[in-house]
Design a protein. Sequence first.
Length: 114
Amino acid sequence: MTPAKPASPNETLSKHQLTRILDEAMIYQCVCPAQVARTLLELRQLYQYQRECSDEREADLGVHARIMESIDRAHAELEGCLVAVLQMESWDMETMTMPEGLRQRRDAAIRADD
C-alpha cells in the first residue's frame, strides 16, 4: 500500500496571506517580499500538479515523489525567509500590512522623481 501524499507542501502562510503580501507590496512598490510570495504560490501549484500527475500515473510515482520532496524543502526555506523579511521590515503579521515607514520611503522616492 502506497503512503498517502500530502495535499500541499508544509505551509505556514495561507494563500490569502500571500496574496495580501502581493497586493500590499505592489501598491507600495516593494517588490522583494512580493517576489518571494509569488514564488511560494507557484511552488504550491507545482506541488499540486505533481500530486495530481502521480495519482494518474502510478508508474512514475518515484519521479513525482522526488520532485515533491524538493518542492517541500524549497517551500519551507522560502517561506521561512519571507516570514523573517516581513519581521525585519516590521510588517503587521496579522493583517500582512506594510509598515508606515516603508510607505513613506516610497512616497518620498516618488516625490524626488517629480
